[in-house]
Design a protein around this ligand. Structure first.
Ligand code: SF4
Ligand code: SF4
Length: 127
């Protein structure tokens, strides 16, 4: 399964909720009505998902090493949960590297197949 989230702008919206949530890059914020604001399911569904693909080396170099897999292939995870995810899935979440998130994270839209697989896994209704 390859859940993804293009609309991870919820990270910006939640950046102020904790001093540790400081997006490293700039991106277009989501509307406050986005379901991603209180979801984050696709960030905690499959450790193989937040992998790197065509990202620029300079951007990847800005991601804290502690959040990157030892082999450099993608984001490090704890279980199924990406280490860059902050907050509680289904309540309030944030991507702490929002502006630098991998392409795969940007590729998904709320309500697409991957999104709904992830949401269902976490007991949330499909969109
Ligand atoms: S699972 Fe869907 S709604 Fe939830 S964060 Fe990912 S794309 Fe957004
Ligand atoms: S990098 Fe950010 S958007 Fe991508 S899976 Fe991790 S927390 Fe989610």
């Amino acid at each position: 399964m390859m859940p993804a989230c293009q609309n991870r702008a919820f990270a910006l919206g939640k950046a102020a909720m904790s001093a540790t949530l400081v997006p490293l890059g700039v991106d277009t914020p989501l509307p406050a009505t986005s379901p991603c604001q209180a979801c984050g399911a696709c960030c905690e569904t499959d450790a193989s998902w937040p992998r790197f693909s065509l990202e620029h080396e300079d951007d990847l170099a800005l991601i804290p090493l502690a959040l990157v897999k030892a082999d450099g292939s993608g984001m490090a995870c704890e279980g199924h949960r990406c280490k860059a995810l902050s907050g509680k899935v289904g309540e309030m979440t944030a991507c702490t590297i929002y502006g630098l998130r991998p392409d795969v994270c940007r590729a998904c839209l709320p309500g697409d197949d991957a999104c709904n697989i992830a949401r269902t896994k976490h007991g949330m209704v499909a969109l």
